[in-house]
Design a protein around this ligand. Structure first.
Ligand SMILES: Nc1ncnc2c1ncn2[C@@H]1O[C@H](COP(=O)(O)OP(=O)(O)O)[C@@H](O)[C@H]1O
Ligand SMILES: CCCC(=O)OP(=O)(O)O
Length: 359
């Protein structure tokens, strides 16, 4: 018997790009990354204000690639900061849309994945799903305590990509994801170091919360004392302080760019400070890998490096030299998010019982 071909549109909005792909079953028919200039983004005013602009690019890309909307069976989007939930594929419903419209959810472009998928699903009368949102929460109770009553550690990370690449890494080692212990390091705009034990992410730094290593444009964890002083100095607004954590911290604050390719060029041209900043980012990542190794009771099948920065062999070498005695280091440069979105959508279409409900 020949399987019916199911066509999936996958939508993945990032802070500076919108990736879209169309899959016929597991096979990618086309994939396109639409890069947005900062002028194009600023002209929209806010992340939510970018929705129509990004949706317009998607419509154009579908047309150019000869994909008729009527041929699509489901739309699957990356999803942003909704409530903490279990890993899986969720039907987009009114409760999710209401949560995506809350101010805190609008801080990251991933919110647009669900909103655009929902619009297109209604327009084409097909189901709209999200897969492994950034708020997948499988953290152990012990990992939730911050050290101050009233502040709980959050699970906000690259769940979609890291679960997908760790599955691949496990398969390459001949073990099931659900049977192994892995440390995944996603190194992109945000950097997260996650401990995967038997298929669950039991601890991870908060990608958006001033936690973990510094990144191309986020501060990561900071000494709290000086931050309190800055907050009350009268020199900075609330929004400026938030920006240090989410957009204007990290490499951006030291070197004036968040593009690690530019930083590599600076280093090649002899810029010693750029080399020091890069070394420090790798050093902080390694400290968190060490912490997650301990979270996994000192036993890991592999350390998996992924995300855009994993394309840099100079950078991955800086990490390997400190941690390759702990476990084999496997590199999956870039991300596997489009495939992971499509696979999540296909699972839900083929077996609707697997579809989870967002409450
Ligand atoms: N070949 C490369 N060498 C070094 N850095 C790279 C390379 N390719 C991409 N990057 C960097 O990766 C970061 C973006 O990673 P990516 O995973 O695409 O981001 P996001 O997690 O935001 O989707 C940027 O800082 C970019 O400069
Ligand atoms: C919101 C958590 C995931 C994240 O940081 O994504 P980016 O690296 O794409 O900004």
């Amino acid at each position: 018997m020949i399987d019916r071909i199911l066509r999936i549109l996958a939508i993945n909005p990032g802070s500076t790009s919108t990736k879209i792909a169309v899959f016929d079953n597991e096979e990618c028919r086309f994939e396109e990354t639409i890069c947005h200039s900062s002028d194009e983004l600023h002209a929209c005013g806010s992340i939510i204000g970018q929705k129509d602009m990004r949706a317009g690019h998607i419509a154009r890309a579908l047309k150019e690639n000869g994909v008729e909307p009527g041929s699509i069976h489901a739309v699957v989007g990356r999803c942003g900061l909704v409530k903490p939930i279990e890993s899986g594929t969720y039907a987009i419903n009114s409760a999710m849309i209401a949560d995506l419209m809350r101010p805190h959810a609008k801080e990251h472009a991933a919110v647009l994945g669900a909103l655009i998928a929902d619009d297109l699903g209604h327009c084409w009368n097909v189901p709209a799903f999200v897969v492994d949102p950034v708020v997948v929460d499988e953290m152990e109770p012990c990992a939730k305590l911050s050290g101050l009553a009233g502040i709980e550690r959050r699970s906000v990370f690259h769940a979609l990509n890291t679960k997908s690449v760790v599955r691949k890494a496990a398969a390459s080692l001949g073990i099931a994801y659900e049977d192994g212990r892995f440390i995944a390091v996603h190194m992109g705009g945000g950097i997260t170091v996650s401990a995967h034990r038997y298929g669950r992410v039991i601890d991870v730094n908060d990608a958006m919360g001033g936690d973990g290593p510094f990144t191309p444009d986020r501060s990561g964890s900071l000494p709290v004392g000086p931050i309190i002083d800055m907050c009350f100095s009268g020199e900075y607004t609330y929004e400026q302080m938030r920006e240090f954590i989410s957009q204007k911290g990290g490499v951006q604050s030291y070197l004036g760019t968040n593009d690690m390719r530019e930083v590599e060029t600076m280093i090649k041209q002899g810029d010693e400070f750029a080399a020091l900043v890069t070394d420090a980012m790798a050093y902080q990542i390694c400290k968190d890998i060490g912490a997650m190794f301990v979270v996994l009771d000192g036993r890991a099948n592999a350390i998996v490096l992924t995300g855009g920065i994993a394309h840099s062999t100079r950078f991955t070498a800086l990490i390997k030299k400190r941690v390759d005695t702990l476990a084999p280091v496997l590199t999956y440069a870039g991300e596997n998010e489009m495939q992971a979105l499509a696979e999540g959508g296909l699972r839900a279409l083929r077996d609707p019982k697997q579809l989870l409900t967002y409450l």
